[in-house]
Write a protein that binds this ligand. Structure first.
Ligand SMILES: NC(=O)c1ccc[n+]([C@@H]2O[C@H](COP(=O)([O-])OP(=O)(O)OC[C@H]3O[C@@H](n4cnc5c(N)ncnc54)[C@H](OP(=O)(O)O)[C@@H]3O)[C@@H](O)[C@H]2O)c1
Length: 305
């Protein structure tokens, strides 16, 4: 699979990341087949979070991949912390204890990347910095990033945190593309002009922070998949036409749309289906034309001024 450099780091990663949020829907055998099919197809970057499946997703993954030193060196592991029941928590104590739990469940002694999952209103940047320093110096975490953060929140963290923030994982799909459409509709009176994220897309590009789009096939907040969905007839017609031209499935084209953006993003996919996993990986070989990219953008109801 094609690779990219994650943020300002030297970490070379596949352009498609495998999300493990739904791995607890598989039985032991299915989970083994899933992770090994991913590896055989060059998808060796796995995204986790301490709270996926209440921690069981990390355990199921470690068992399925049969974690040992050789396997560990051949994969890239990212996990997240900071979400607790009914609250967010970026306290030093919580970050440190979360990472210990993650490492135990993943059966490893280090994470390649740790992300702060969702902004904590009570976050103290100095405390986060202390936690990151401890995690880095102990070798438990090699790189750091955030998720669902806006530019000011990242700047605030960076006031204290000395490690580079190399990724920002954000919700982004063809049908959930306000971070793109607000940049196209600057200063217009239409709804698409509403800037909901403080121009996070351009901020991340400016600061070499790799955006990892999450839920690349969903519309709304986990409302469902837009592909093959009768709520999006024009979009599906357009994607199907383009898929036919490239002789691939609709899944491949939907992901190729994100990969065509010059921000050089690394989408995090969530399928647990082997054939869809391969369709996603194929997107790495397809470069949509400018015309195709804008046709898909408009067919989803996104507007140009
Ligand atoms: N940072 C955050 O706040 C955050 C939030 C949510 C998720 N995430 C990360 O992002 C990853 C992806 O999220 P997601 O699972 O919501 O993303 P997704 O890839 O948009 O959705 C995957 C789901 O859609 C289904 N699906 C149905 N038809 C599909 C098709 N044609 N192509 C692809 N999928 C299809 C899949 O079912 P099948 O399994 O049957 O294919 C699966 O249940 C997660 O695993 C997690 O790592 C991060």
């Amino acid at each position: 699979m094609r690779t990219l450099k994650l943020g300002t780091s030297t970490l070379e990663v596949p352009v498609v990341a495998v999300g493990c949020f739904r791995i607890h829907s598989l039985d032991k055998k299915e989970a083994e087949r899933f992770v090994h099919t991913a590896l055989e197809n060059g998808a060796n970057f796995f995204d986790h979070a301490d709270f996926y499946g209440g921690g069981t997703c990390e355990e199921i993954f470690a068992d399925a991949i049969r974690m040992n030193d050789d396997i560990r060196e051949s994969i890239i592991l990212q996990s997240k912390c900071g979400i607790r029941k009914g609250m967010y928590d970026f306290s030093k104590e919580h970050i440190l204890s979360s990472v210990d739990g993650i490492l135990k469940r993943l059966k490893t002694d280090y994470l390649d990347i740790l992300l702060l999952h969702r902004p904590d209103a009570l976050a103290e940047p100095d405390e986060v910095a202390d936690a990151f320093d401890k995690l880095e110096s102990s070798g438990k975490v090699r790189h750091f990033g955030v998720s669902n953060h806006n530019p000011m929140q990242i700047q605030l963290l960076k006031k204290s945190v000395k490690q580079p923030i190399i990724t920002n994982q954000l919700q982004l799909s063809i049908t959930n593309a306000t971070m793109i459409s607000s940049g196209i509709n600057v200063n217009m009176e239409n709804a698409s002009a509403v800037n909901r994220d403080d121009s996070v897309l351009d901020f991340c590009r400016l600061h070499d922070i790799t955006i990892q789009p999450w839920s690349p096939f969903q519309y709304g907040f986990f409302e469902g998949v837009f592909l093959g969905n009768e709520k999006f007839p024009e979009l599906n017609r357009k994607i199907d036409d383009i898929a036919e031209k490239y002789e691939v499935r609709n899944t491949t084209i939907a992901l190729a749309w994100l990969l065509r953006h010059p921000a050089n993003m690394q989408p995090v996919i969530g399928t647990m289906n082997l054939s869809r996993l391969k369709d996603c990986i194929k997107a790495s070989d397809i470069r949509l034309t400018r015309e195709e990219w804008y046709e898909i953008y408009r067919a989803a109801g996104n507007v140009l001024p």
